[in-house]
Design a protein around this ligand. Structure first.
Ligand code: AMP
Length: 211
């Protein structure tokens, strides 16, 4: 299965992807994780992406598109993938289509996780991650076990200011890709409000109902 997760920052894309990919036997490909790894490694791409990310802006299409298209062309993605955070603009969606077409493959589903803006800031500012395992927690909604608490980190763009900028970008640049996929009958909408298990169940049911 080749699927895309779309949704505002803090919708739970990364968390839900991590819960779903094993059962679906597909790889989780997060453009944000790849960019953060490039920043951490101090690569040329990382140096160029860093300032955009810290400000909550989108990294230019020219940097992100190649990165993701190279990743989905690797052998471990040949059986399927769950794209998380890509595409985020119309040109990215078109570049993905062109690459899929060239490879003779098709997208199966685009899953939109819907969460109202009013809930986003609280979700984002309480988010923490474990640098050793990559696990994502929320101080209130998904509390970490005491054994890992001491090593948790907060993303640099998970401040209230950067969060508001990211939300604005989402509405201006990313939301317009929703009708692009809806017109092709690929879109599945899932309510992202609720507990983690509840949302995972909704996604599973929505995928099952598609057959
Ligand atoms: P995420 O982990 O998906 O929230 O992404 C974190 C940040 O990485 C975003 O706020 C952007 O600055 C950058 N980023 C991730 N994916 C993309 C993308 N597809 N296009 C542009 N910028 C991206």
């Amino acid at each position: 299965m080749r699927m895309i997760l779309v949704g505002p920052p803090g919708a739970g894309k990364g968390t839900q992807a991590a819960r779903l990919v094993d059962a679906l036997s597909i790889v989780h490909i997060s453009s944000g994780d790849m960019l953060r790894a490039a920043v951490k490694d101090g690569t040329e791409l990382g140096r160029r992406a860093d300032e955009y990310m810290q400000a909550g802006a989108l990294v230019p299409d020219s940097l992100v598109i190649d990165l993701v298209l190279e990743r989905i062309a690797r052998p471990d993605a040949s059986a399927g993938f769950m794209l998380d955070g890509f595409p985020r603009t119309r040109p990215q969606a078109e570049a993905l289509d062109a690459a899929m077409q060239a490879a003779g493959k098709q997208l199966d589903v685009v899953l939109l996780i819907e969460v109202p803006d009013a809930l986003i800031v609280e979700r984002i500012t309480g988010r923490r991650s474990d640098p050793e395992t990559g696990a994502i927690y929320h101080l209130t909604f998904n509390p970490p076990p005491a054994s890992v608490e001491g090593r948790l980190v907060q993303r640099r763009d998970d401040t209230e200011e950067a969060c508001r900028a990211r939300l604005e970008k989402y509405h201006a640049e990313t939301a317009p890709i929703v009708p692009y996929y809806e017109e092709r009958g690929l879109l599945l909408r899932v309510d992202g409000v609720g507990g983690l298990d509840e949302v995972t169940d909704r996604i599973r049911r929505a995928l099952d109902s598609r057959g």
